[in-house]
Design a protein around this ligand. Sequence first.
Ligand code: ATP
Ligand code: MG
Length: 1001
Amino acid sequence: MEASLTARDRVGIQDFVLLDNYTSESAFLDNLRKRSHENLIYTYIGTLLVSVNPYKELDIYSKKQMDTYMGVNFFELPPHIYALADNVFRTMQSEYNNHFILISGESGAGKTEASKKILQFYAVSCPSTKLLNNVRDRLLLSNPVLEAFGNAKTLKNDNSSRFGKYMDIQFDHQGGAVGGHILSYLLEKSRVVHQNHGERNFHIFYQLVEGGEEDLLRWLGLERNCQHYRYLVQVKKNLLTQTIYSCLLQGDCAKVSSINDKSDWKMVRKALSVIEFSESDIENLFAIIASVLHLGNVKFEADVRGYASLNNNQEMHWVLSPFSVDHAVYARDALAKAIYGRTFNWLVNKINESLANKDSSRKTVIGLLDIYGFEVFNVNSFEQFCINYCNEKLQQLFIQLTLKSEQEEYEMEGIEWEPVPYFNNKIICDLVEEKHRGIIALLDEECLRPGEATDLTLLEKMEEEIGGHPHFVTHKLADKKTRKTLERGDFRLLHYAGEVTYCVVGFLDKNNDLLYRNGKEVISFNFYCKKQVVTQFKSSLVGLTEILMSKEPWYVRCIKPNEAKQPGRFDDVLVRHQVKYLGLMEHLRVRRAGFAYRRKYDIFLQRYKPLCPDTWPNWRGTAAEGVQRLIKHLGYKPDEYKMGRTKIFIRHPRTLFATEDAFQICKHRLATRIQAKYKGYRVKGDYLKQREAATKIENCWRGLMARKEREKRAWASLILFLRFIKGFMTRNQPSCNDNSEYLAYVRTNYLTRLRDNLPRTVLEKDAWLTAPPILQEVADTALHNRFNLLEIKYLYLLFCFPCFQLLLKEQTSSMFKGKKENYPFSVCKLTSELTFRLRPLFLSAVTSCVCVSLPQYSVPVVKYDRNGFRPRLRQLIFTQEAAYLVEETKIKQRIDYSSLKGMSVSNLSDNFLILHVTCDDIKQKGDLVLQCDYLFEALTKLCVIANKQNYIKVVQGSVRFDIQPGREGFVDFKSGQESMVYRAKNGHLMVVSESTRTKSR
Ligand SMILES: Nc1ncnc2c1ncn2[C@@H]1O[C@H](COP(=O)(O)OP(=O)(O)OP(=O)(O)O)[C@@H](O)[C@H]1O
Ligand SMILES: [Mg+2]
């Protein structure tokens, strides 16, 4: 950005703000000349565009060029009218406000061309739909129509606008051109009836005569020859003293090399139909134009009484009136002008109807003001007076909006500022429009006052009232030298753009714009204009100023490089004069000293707040504080900005552009985030809906399945119940299919009850529960058998062993999982060998006669002698109070749980366990070294019964144990290729276990 800002074109400097010698008019001119010789016709002064008329077609308005300038920051590319148009458009889009482009410059400087280029750019760059294209075509084609009826060849310009045009282009919120509206200002109607030598009437007359189809011309009674129509080639009468004192051939310029009337006619015909003129509208329109031509050919001759009579004209039937010939000619011309003027207004209204935006939704506008430029001819009349007054007003507006208001704003905002002097043309505006004293007031007064008022009495009045004004001079008031340059009927105004000498002749008539009563009646005009022409014009300019003041201004200043309309000629004096009166030097000085951009704090903050985490999404303090925080975050340097009372002022465009660029990037990021959030929200919504639907389906399905299950169960219960009943009914029969389940139930039920209600001793025969018939036999046997009780216990154990096993599993896991190598292999063992396991228990239960209480668990073990480590097969039995080591039915050692102080196992895959006991007495046996195939089961059971869950120690290497109090022994553990147990040389018991890895292999 910065690089492009300081970059220069091949020739000169593209922005005068960067000119070193910016106060020098010559340097300014040099730059302009250099660039225009290289066909670089555009140069900036900040955002103001200076355009020099090249007077030749340049290849810089192609579609490709338009694309290049679309959406690019203003200073990134060489200056161009498209850059300005694009910048205005994008500012309007982003700030949602209205704008206008004021195109100014003298006649022939290129204002109309510039406005057309802007319109063409919007036509291409704006979004297009079928509807929008319709509006676009109408906007574009309104130009050739209005130019045909409102433009004419003058000495200054072959296509000079003879009316002022302000066009609003209306855009919808997406930037589509949705409509337009045109305001027209004071058409130079006098041109209809006479033109200066070398000038033409309005284009449409020539287009119709030259290009009109044969049928049409025949119908209109026209011939294809402009020379036949006196309004197109006419003798001019100078009416200074109401007598013809000079006869000049005027107009007489039907053919102009730069104008092709035939092709222009076709364009106008096409445009009229696009703008929705009906065929009858078009016919009537051309009939009126033709009638004006015919009217011009009406000749009068004085009859014997001196009254004008029609000179044997077949087509026209004139109302007899006691007019002199001169009066009749005057009335005829007045009528022709009035007809044409009204037709032009009707045309503008028709175009406006067709451009009207039917959609009332929010819209913003860009206004294009292309008004007749300041002009000076050899003889200047009422029309030039109005045109130049209009240019004074626009210059005043420019001064108001740029030089004056800008400097006043700095003052108001408390920004340090050295005032730039400039010429304020208010003094000239006042001279023309001041109430009661201004030229317009005097002119109106003279028109309305009773008595003999003439143009000369007006001149006298002006001399009387404003004679001393520094910008006004007449032949009478002038000094000797000046007097030589003035005619008696002239007055001279010193305009902002230079001196213009006006011939007062015709001022009153033109201002009255009178139609003789009879004329009006003939063509049914029913208007009596209360206001004079110039006053109406003044009011319409006040209205225009109000319209413009409510919008953001942009400027194109057009410069005419030479009077000869020649390409490649740069007349220094002419251009210097324009640079001066257009106020370009002052504008440059204000720009250089001032700030390129300013915005109210709240607007600036609103736009750029996403760029700082402190201000996004909301800033709680004042807008000024927010802006201060924001620019601190953005790293603005102190000389790059100033904080005013209500606005921030940014000195260089590059600072703003860098901020804007950052904003654009950030905007996309934010948009993506918002989009993502929104998408997430949408997807989540969808997901929740789906989940709800899935849950509903699931619930329905489950409900259905549950109902089915319930029905199944109900059915099964019924079947079982029936079987039960059947079993019950056949319970006393021998075991068969019908009663087998019932009998099993009876058996289990009896045994369970028996378990809970066993007699205390076998001798309590009567205390036995009465057995059901199915078990009667067993019960009887039991009663007479010394071991029957144990049989029953055996049966019971058989019955509840699986439950016991499950319980065991969980506890074993918590004690050994991950600690002892062979734990994983032990798990499957727990459920196997049931009968084998229970049998010893049963046998050992025999011992319970000797034991104090009932055995809870029994397991075969190998016991190693404490001395010599000889292995011996033993049974280990756990009762509620103690563990017993039993050989057959003989108790070898009793260990009270209270004296059990620990249990040690190795971390390897051996099956050894050492029970550590407290032994104070030397006669007592010491710790037990055991090997057990059901190690985990036995230890778990022991822990549970003795309630010693935390007493198990899993050790590595070696375990020390007490052989007897005071004597210690050791068991060493290691892993090897195969399992071995032997007494090592050091007297320790060495236990080698096969490693699990070898095992698993
Ligand atoms: N950018 C341009 N490229 C080529 N030729 C141009 C350009 N601008 C102006 N011209 C030429 O200059 C002529 C006069 O331009 P234009 O009609 O725009 O002047 P104007 O300022 O509107 O004058 P007026 O006040 O009389 O209406 C055009 O007809 C065209 O030949
Ligand atoms: Mg023009």
